[in-house]
Design a protein around this ligand. Sequence first.
Ligand SMILES: Nc1ncnc2c1ncn2[C@@H]1O[C@H](COP(=O)(O)OP(=O)(O)OP(=O)(O)O)[C@@H](O)[C@H]1O
Length: 305
Amino acid sequence: MTSTNGTGTHGAVIADTAADQADGAIVELRNAGKSYGNIRALHGVDLAVYPGKVTCVLGDNGAGKSTLIKIVSGLHQHTEGEFLVDGQPVRFSTPREALDKGIATVYQDLATVPLMPVWRNFFLGSEMTRGSGPLRRLDIEKMKKTADEELRNMGIVLDDLEQPIGTLSGGQRQCVAIARAVYFGARVLILDEPTAALGVKQSGVVLKYIAAARDRGLGVIFITHNPHHAYMVGDHFSVLRLGTLELSADRSEVSLEELTNHMAGGAELAALKHELSQVRGVDVEELPEEADLTAPVAGGGEGKS
Ligand SMILES: Nc1ncnc2c1ncn2[C@@H]1O[C@H](COP(=O)(O)OP(=O)(O)OP(=O)(O)O)[C@@H](O)[C@H]1O
């Protein structure tokens, strides 16, 4: 995770610049932060999203995950540091501007109309039409065919695209939303806790389509509380705590166990274990050992300046 566009030397040939960008991050935060009035929700965060890679952002409640994705998705503006897209500093005023740069966000409470068919939801707000002027009408057949093809391309097979989207499982709806973002040209896909409300099997299905989006060359930002889910698909892991990066490590630099320890809060959980051991009727043996929790983690400072 490094800065992307070489030395910044003037006069570089265009082909070199293009190659640099192709190899570089689509989205990058450098020492970025955000304050809401007096509240500093995010501070000193470095993050890079590469095509064909999954960047996982983990953190407990209040860690700053939502604030981070709101900056990247155009809902809020950063108040510190830099935000770059394709190596150029940006400051989005609306989510539409982020979308125009190919940054699409799939929120947990998916913006779908439950009683409308799957294919209709797939094109919601961007309907295909035929004819022009007063003869212009929805091209229903084309929308059905395209939705079917696109879902199949992602490996999503639904029995009937006429069924109301509300009848699909939560996992299936997440998958439709991912396929939809891919079809509408997303280059970066932000997934806001897509597995949070799902059981084991459905989470597995969603993880499969996160991998499918990655394999189609998208850069994915996967927000989650769950280190196990993150580790199944992640190429890079950024753990936030109280608004700052507590870990930024590539997959080769961190094990699942270490990632879990970071999420568990290491020393904090060890202290809690000690406290709980004083309480009658609480079995602290079920909690991990203190030594496991405080094990040093490779790459903990990576990405920080
Ligand atoms: N609009 C806001 N105004 C003031 N403070 C805010 C606002 N949004 C977030 N915060 C504060 O910023 C900090 C980070 O919040 P954020 O919602 O980004 O965390 P999170 O990691 O997404 O948490 P959760 O998983 O609970 O959604 C918190 O202390 C929160 O209270």
